[in-house]
Design a binder for this molecule. Structure first.
Ligand SMILES: [Zn+2]
Length: 245
């Protein structure tokens, strides 16, 4: 059997995933990272998939299911939407998700969230949702959301596993360590609720200044890095009477 690179990496840096049950009294909050057209809808922009992508479709389906359950229970949901001013681009990526375009809006399957009373939408103009939550006056809408909703368990889904999801998780866990996020106790990244984009090395070789980004490999590395900061990685998430967190 010839091992693929991704299999070798998974052998060398395995990520143990857990089955997470969120109880009715878990005080859970759901964070959706950038599940917007510009990253998820075929042909929607410079960083959108060029064709149907299984990992991205699965991420949308799983995120929608969780969002429905959270909204049915009236539990807090926070959606980050990447949204850039046309004069302030995000190096090293090409222009994407410009404010006011449909690229920076939730995908059609999640657009209903805009009308839910338990959902907060935060447009951000950088990779990291934690940093993107700072307002001019120094307050932070994510920190306030955690505190105001008394969130103890944070469940994170979205795109990209190894970029915006990871950056947000890293900052959140550092802030938690510093005591900024009490009563937050656990950060859970749901692996099938996350996805990243595909740009194989064979394509990157012919494109100046663009990093190769093989999807399966980078998704795995993103989960590994998040776990290395102290996040739990969940292979499945359910809502039940007996929580295991
Ligand atoms: Zn961006």
């Amino acid at each position: 059997m010839v091992l693929q690179t991704v299999d070798i990496v998974k052998n060398e840096i395995p990520v143990v995933e857990e089955s997470v049950v969120i109880g009715k009294d878990s005080n859970a909050g759901l964070v959706l990272v950038d599940i917007i057209n510009g990253f998820c809808t075929v042909g929607a922009g410079n960083l959108a998939p060029r064709e149907d992508n299984r990992q991205i479709s699965q991420m949308i389906d799983e995120s929608e299911k969780l969002a429905r359950e959270f909204c049915d229970n009236k539990w807090p949901v926070l959606a980050f939407l990447d949204s850039h001013h046309p004069d302030r681009l995000e190096h090293p990526y090409p222009p994407h998700c410009i404010t006011g375009t449909d690229e920076s809006n939730l995908v059609p399957a999640l657009r209903w969230l805009e009308n839910e009373p338990n959902v907060m939408i935060r447009r951000k103009d950088c990779y990291d949702g934690y940093i993107g939550s700072f307002k001019e006056d120094g307050s932070n809408v994510f920190v306030d959301w955690v505190k105001n909703n008394n969130i103890q368990v944070l469940l994170v889904v979205g795109i990209c596993t190894d970029i915006c999801v990871l950056d947000f998780v890293c900052s959140t866990l550092s802030a938690k360590t510093r005591g900024f996020l009490a009563p937050l106790e656990e950060v859970v990244v749901y692996s099938r609720g996350c996805a990243t984009f595909d740009f194989p090395a064979s394509m990157a070789r012919n494109t100046k200044d663009v990093l190769a980004h093989p999807q399966e490999l980078m998704h795995h590395v993103g989960l590994y890095m998040a776990k290395g900061r102290g996040a739990k990685i969940a292979r499945e998430v359910s809502i039940g009477a007996v929580k295991n967190l």
